[in-house]
Ligand binder design. Structure first.
Ligand SMILES: Cc1cc2nc3c(=O)[nH]c(=O)nc-3n(C[C@H](O)[C@H](O)[C@H](O)COP(=O)(O)OP(=O)(O)OC[C@H]3O[C@@H](n4cnc5c(N)ncnc54)[C@H](O)[C@@H]3O)c2cc1C
Length: 439
């Protein structure tokens, strides 16, 4: 009897899941699975990783939900091509269903799995699930991605209709009649089986944020010292434990500013798909040869939150302690690294990649290149935020600084690592010279 395989990746939920709903409507019994991809896990700097712990908990939850519905949820620790090689030998597979993933590695991996599936007589079907518009669905008039967020957002808002936000009926379809149960299914690997130790960090519930928070979002989002200043749903969007359609429905109803931020997410994901090379290289060719200073001691001080600039230090300490950083603090820390210290944006991108629970290549690269002035869309290269003015504007009562830099204002707190005026001029001169040299 033929079956369909459904492969979960960045969509660790059974409700409102586009690809899962399609698989459950395929007419074949569905065997659902997750692969702990060694190509990714083996590169992690630590065996105590909050993201791996989070994923593990979600996979186990999916396992329980699927069992309760009468099916089997498989999990493997391995390389996707090898895992599918085995599954295609063990079962008569009509098709592999999954949801699209737009990162360069994922595109390559999925291409290889699709080839393997076709060789074995199975189809490979990927569905759009984690954004509203993907790939070539929303291009500028030139047929290329819009080069300003303003024009992208305008086109996005014009094109988006109620139907784009409708939930998929995957949860209702998750029944014994649609699922495949395997009597002798292999046990799912534990964290220890994969060489990882449990490491938990705070994650809010995978549910919609409170209505009040969303209504006030535009007033609170830039105030890192306030409790509940933003939704903190980024980790759930990253792993698909919350449906982006659901969050967007709420934002459309209650707060256009929140919707606009979610549109940024769509935009950066589309940009990375079109320009995969920007994951490691500046999009602006004129800024590929910037003589960054890349001073290792200064980088270490930035990482440790010891720059002598309290907003920057509070941000880095929060990141190190919790794996999270509010957007305003990401702007302050990133801007300081690339402009004041003139350190290559890729160093900061890497550090965030290793520490953020919500790390998402498209969002991280897009935002870092924005801050560095090197991106497809970018802040003007001569914009150098003053960390002191940022502090006065966004943390006027020092609530955020007091929380993360308790020694601020005492002799124990370091002097500024560099003078703001001097660093600002140095950044502008260096970037201007790089532009001129590039012609
Ligand atoms: C240097 C830098 C690096 C970043 N790296 C990441 C990253 O790796 N992963 C990530 O998810 N976000 C990243 N962001 C974007 C943003 O800071 C986070 O999404 C946000 O702080 C997460 O908190 P929240 O869920 O409370 O956001 P909210 O303010 O509540 O926003 C709701 C959602 O909108 C989206 N959003 C908000 N701001 C942005 C933005 N500037 N760009 C794109 N989408 C946005 C996110 O999906 C977010 O969860 C980065 C920003 C900067 C400046």
């Amino acid at each position: 009897m033929k079956i369909v395989l459904f492969w979960h990746r960045r969509d660790l939920r059974t409700h409102d899941n586009a690809g899962l709903a399609a698989a459950l409507q395929s007419g074949y019994p569905v065997l659902t699975l997750f692969i702990y991809d060694r190509e990714i896990l083996d590169l992690l700097p630590s065996r105590q990783d909050a993201r791996v712990t989070f994923i593990y908990d979600q996979v186990e939850r999916l396992g329980r939900e699927t069992a309760a519905a009468g099916g089997t949820f498989l999990a493997f620790y391995g390389r996707p091509l090898e895992v599918f090689g085995q599954l295609l030998s063990q079962h008569e597979v009509a098709a592999i269903y999954t949801n699209e993933d737009y990162e360069p590695y994922a595109a390559e991996r999925d291409g290889a799995v699709a080839v393997l599936a076709h060789e074995r007589g199975a189809e490979f079907k990927a569905f759009k699930d984690q954004v509203i518009f993907a790939k070539n669905e929303l291009l500028g008039k030139s047929g290329k991605p819009a080069r300003t967020f303003g024009s992208y957002r305008k086109a996005w808002l014009e094109k988006a209709q109620d139907e784009h936000f409708q939930p998929y009926p995957s949860a209702d379809l998750l029944t014994a009649g649609h699922l495949q149960a395997l009597p002798n299914a292999p046990a799912r690997p534990s964290l220890a089986d994969m060489g990882f130790a449990r490491y938990e960090q705070f994650v809010p519930a995978a549910e919609l944020p409170a209505e009040d928070l969303v209504r006030n979002y535009h007033e609170t989002r830039n105030r890192p010292g306030l409790v509940n200043s933003s939704t903190r749903r980024s980790v759930h969007l990253r792993f698909g434990t919350l449906s982006v359609r659901e969050l967007m429905r709420q934002a459309r109803e209650l707060n256009p500013k929140l919707l606009a931020e979610l549109v940024w997410r769509d935009y950066f994901m589309m940009l990375l798909w079109h320009y995969p090379g920007t994951a490691t290289e500046s999009f602006d060719v004129r800024l590929r040869q910037v003589p960054y200073r890349n001073n290792e001691d200064e980088f270490a001080a930035w990482c440790a939150g010891q720059t002598g600039y309290p907003l920057v230090d509070a941000g880095m300490r929060e990141l190190n302690a919790t794996g999270y950083l509010p957007n305003r603090a990401r702007i302050a820390t990133a801007g300081f690294l690339v402009k004041h210290l003139l350190i290559d944006w890729r160093w900061g991108d890497r550090y965030f990649a290793d520490h953020l629970l919500d790390y998402d290549m498209s969002q991280n690269v897009g935002n870092w290149q924005w801050m560095a002035g090197t991106g497809v869309v970018a802040a003007p290269w001569f914009r150098v935020y003053s960390p002191q003015s940022q502090l006065e504007t966004y943390d006027p009562d020092l609530a955020y600084v007091k929380q993360w830099v308790p020694e601020y204002g005492t002799a124990a707190y370091p002097a500024p690592i560099v003078d703001h005026k001097f660093a600002r001029q140095r950044a502008i001169d260096t970037l201007r010279a790089a532009y001129r040299a590039a012609g």
